[in-house]
Design a protein around this ligand. Sequence first.
Ligand code: 5GP
Ligand code: ZN
Length: 116
Amino acid sequence: MNDCIFCKIINGDIPSIKVYEDEQVYAFMDITPLSKGHTLLIPKQHVQDLLDMPAELASHLYRVAPIVAKAIYNAFTPDGMNTLNNNGAAAGQTVFHYHLHFIPRYGEEGLKWVWE
Ligand code: 5GP
Ligand code: ZN
């Protein structure tokens, strides 16, 4: 096994709060949320970033993305939501297992950008 923190979350070695799961992907609450309901969607297969992701896996992950978004809207009723992913340290990636961020936005707060 590797030292990847998100692989450990998938394996259940590190606890997480599940939002969605199927055979190929897993969504869970971010441990340091940028806003209430901040969620991450990851493939179960370890891929470093978007460039590393097989097309069929990307296709499935983005088919699931609206389901995750709707679950967050139902639970937290935000006014809007950013979905984004960081590829490479220069882009702000800190965990090198692909993840799509869902960052709910509330009122005026929604006008500010999330990454400095
Ligand atoms: P990045 O900066 O790589 O795009 O985002 C990594 C995200 O993973 C951060 O928002 C960070 O809070 C989250 N994260 C890092 N370690 C853990 C963890 O152990 N559990 C959870 N739930 N989220 C984590
Ligand atoms: Zn991994």
